[in-house]
Design a protein around this ligand. Structure first.
Ligand SMILES: [Fe+2]
Length: 198
């Protein structure tokens, strides 16, 4: 029953301004041998299903409403009878990809999700999008940051959110982002130490 985080990388088109470019996206599976929560799905829900195997999935948590993270969420959730969860401030973004469907439930600041032996705490960190959340898993000393850190340095609101929320976590906490390689809060400390302009 070892709790762990597993990554499934997929690749697909993302808009950069007017251009479409291929981007890699991470899905994170948090849980143990019996039960996992899927954090973001990426482009390939089939690949996620393969890694889940025979385990139970009751929740698909979306760190925010951008297309490459939510497009396959309803399909994946339906195949497991799971609920798609999203912060309500990203419903508008969600509807750009899924105009006729709603997420099944909400991710709210301070909420705690329990998946088998693993506890996941929701931190609302607006900035990248209004409803962006980070998911902190104390037992794994890890935090799923979605795209929250991507625009760090540019958006004062985002920086403020990072300061308030992420800097209070232990420095050795692993950062599991929605794009690219994992890192740690310690390695990001120089960036996180910058105070936003008043
Ligand atoms: Fe995003």
């Amino acid at each position: 029953m070892v709790a762990r985080a597993e990554r499934v990388v997929s690749i697909g088109p993302t808009h950069h301004g007017k251009d479409l470019a291929e981007t890699t996206v991470n899905a994170w599976l948090l849980g143990d041998d019996t039960h996992v929560v899927v954090v973001d799905v990426g482009y390939d829900d089939g690949a996620v299903r393969e890694v889940v195997g025979a385990r139970r999935v009751s929740m698909v948590a979306c760190t925010h409403g951008h297309r490459e993270h939510v497009m396959r969420a309803p399909a994946l959730a339906a195949s497991f009878g799971a609920a798609v969860l999203l912060h309500p401030d990203d419903h508008e973004l969600w509807h750009q990809t899924h105009p006729d469907t709603e997420a099944d439930g909400e991710l709210l600041d301070g909420q705690v999700l329990r998946v088998a032996t693993v506890e996941i705490r929701v931190l609302h960190t607006p900035g990248h999008t209004p409803g962006s959340v980070c998911l902190y898993i104390p037992a794994l000393a890890s935090v799923c940051t979605g795209d929250t850190l991507i625009t760090a340095g540019r958006d004062p609101r985002l920086l403020e959110a990072i300061h308030d929320r992420l800097r209070s976590l232990p420095p050795k906490t692993s950062v599991l982002p929605a794009h690219g390689e994992p890192t740690t809060l310690q390695r990001l400390a120089p960036d996180l130490a910058v105070r936003p302009a008043p």
